[in-house]
Design a protein around this ligand. Sequence first.
Ligand code: ITT
Length: 204
Amino acid sequence: MRIENQTFDKIIFATSNQGKMDEIKMIMKDSRIPIVSLKEAGIEADIEENGRTFEENAVIKAKTIMELTGCLTLADDSGLEVDFINKEPGVYSARYMGEDTPYSVKNRSIIDRLKEAEGEERSARFVCVIAACFPDGRTVTAKGTIEGRIAYEERGTHGFGYDPILYVPEYDKTTGEMEPEFKNQISHRGKALRLMREKLEGEI
Ligand code: ITT
């Protein structure tokens, strides 16, 4: 694959989150260009995510690793927006209550903060923005969301993070109760990545 004298023999996916990486590999399994994780590329990087939006943070992550490696780099910035609590935790989803706090505790905290909320007041969504940064400076972004409601209790053992508390009424399941292939078909990450693939077709 060639553009402006550049060849792309691999794409680095700049994430240290194994749950995300497992989904990304599954969604991109028939990609013509191999996708390698930071770990597989032997890169250790502590990136400061100081953006105010998912878009800004996704670009910060992809650009940092692209500049470090000279490779076409993708990154995912994502999170849970809960309407009743002003779209928290949002871009702070990983850092909410501390990066190392177990998700059983984070999920309980969100359920507790919604004690007074009923029905549609419990609306929430996962948001995912994927950014691609090319060595020549081009940047492309793609966004996906999945709408749901905050469950009254944790349900399901699939996935990671806040999956046990995002209930999707259409399927009568939390995303944590969905088989991984199914979640990828309808999820914020699946939508954003498929859109990114379409956009990259025109760029690579
Ligand atoms: P990288 O920056 O290394 O990619 P991270 O986990 O720090 O990993 P983010 O800053 O984008 O990534 O935070 C995303 C958080 O949002 C993630 O840690 C989960 O808490 C939550 N999240 C995102 N997508 C999710 C999903 O599909 N299921 C459950 N929780 C999700």
